[in-house]
Design a protein around this ligand. Structure first.
Ligand code: TRP
Length: 327
């Protein structure tokens, strides 16, 4: 049976992009496959250095997974930071990863492009540069097969395969080559401005807020001043939102709204109703968990003891392969 693994960086409270791109598909898979779901808290330290935010975000992302219906029977649910073997593997993989491979990483190149002046690396932390290696360690330590991610993460999975291959050729076959699982329609929910939804760009919609705030954020989705119907409305950011929240059947109804030239304001009201209907049933559960951090902690500790067993067994084998074993 193939295993599924994915993580979310604990970089603030969860947004709709996390939900659509990673959480919702992973939760569906967790009902039928063995899954590893984790909170990438060490990854978060690269993006921000606010200890309170890191701590709070770990709780809120964990609470969101549970509230949204993660199947905790089939799933091993843990914090990255509770599995020290990930860090050990990170070093082993760092030792064989060509620097040239990391030079090509989109996130690193984007940071360089955004930096003015001669020293393009002036804002690049080593953590950002090495980010794909840590992500490879997350995946390879558990020898996971399928990685549900948003399309922006595709390159990282390709790099993981490259690194796994390099290890297998150097030390002998141990790692599976994981496959990304990307639903092209829903894996990429744009932000309010049509670009990638991200905490860093402040263009996100909260996964859990009250109805009023949800409506307000939906109203901020950028539309153009052309009448709907004049341009190709299906290219609009708003249409992409509908696509992520309605079934193939229901999209026909949405198509007709667009074709009949329904105004942006009314379309946003429709969109709010659809998104709110999906989120309302889990919202109370989320806030209840947020008020009961010990409940969340307990579930994580339970998952972590299971994850550690697999992690230490696999790391032992990896260490033996590289020649680190008792004399
Ligand atoms: N890089 C992912 C993101 O920002 C989070 C992540 C870290 C991840 N490690 C992972 C996702 C391993 C899948 C598998 O969305």
């Amino acid at each position: 049976m193939s295993s599924v693994l994915t993580g979310i960086t604990t970089n603030g409270s969860p947004h709709l992009g996390n939900y659509v791109g990673a959480m919702r598909p992973a939760i569906e898979l967790s009902k039928k496959s063995k899954s590893f779901i984790f909170l990438a808290d060490y990854h978060s330290l690269i993006k921000q250095q606010d200890p309170k935010l890191t701590h709070q975000s770990t709780l809120s992302i964990a609470a969101a997974w549970i509230a949204c219906g993660l199947d905790l029977k089939n799933t091993i649910f843990y914090r990255q930071s509770s599995i020290p073997q990930i860090m050990e593997l990170n070093w082993i993989l760092t030792s064989i990863t060509p620097k040239g491979l990391m030079n090509r990483a989109h996130a690193y190149k984007a940071m360089q492009d955004a930096t003015s002046g001669k020293d393009k690396d002036k804002n690049v932390q080593m953590g950002l540069f090495n980010y794909p290696i840590l992500m490879s360690s997350d995946i390879l330590l558990f020898n996971a097969d399928l990685i549900p991610v948003g399309s922006d993460q595709k390159q990282h999975i390709e790099m993981t395969r490259d690194i796994a291959n390099k290890f297998n050729l150097t030390y002998g076959n141990f790692f599976n080559l994981p496959e990304p699982m990307i639903d092209e329609t829903t894996s990429f929910l744009p932000g309010l401005d049509g670009l990638k939804m991200s905490k860093s760009y402040l263009n996100y919609i909260d996964l859990f807020s009250n109805e009023k705030k949800l409506q307000k954020q939906i109203n901020q989705i950028k539309t153009d001043s052309l009448e709907p119907g004049e341009k190709k409305p299906k290219d609009s950011t708003l249409y992409k939102y509908f696509n992520c929240f309605v079934s193939d059947k229901e999209i026909e109804k949405i198509d007709s709204y667009f074709n009949e030239g329904m105004g942006w304001g009314d379309l946003k009201k429709e969109l709010f109703i659809i998104i709110n209907n999906e989120l309302a049933p889990v919202r109370d559960k989320y806030f209840d968990l947020m008020n009961n951090p010990t409940k969340v902690e307990k579930l994580l500790v339970h998952g972590e003891s299971k994850a550690q067993k697999i992690a230490s067994k696999n790391l032992e084998k990896i260490r033996t392969l590289v020649g680190i074993r008792s004399l």
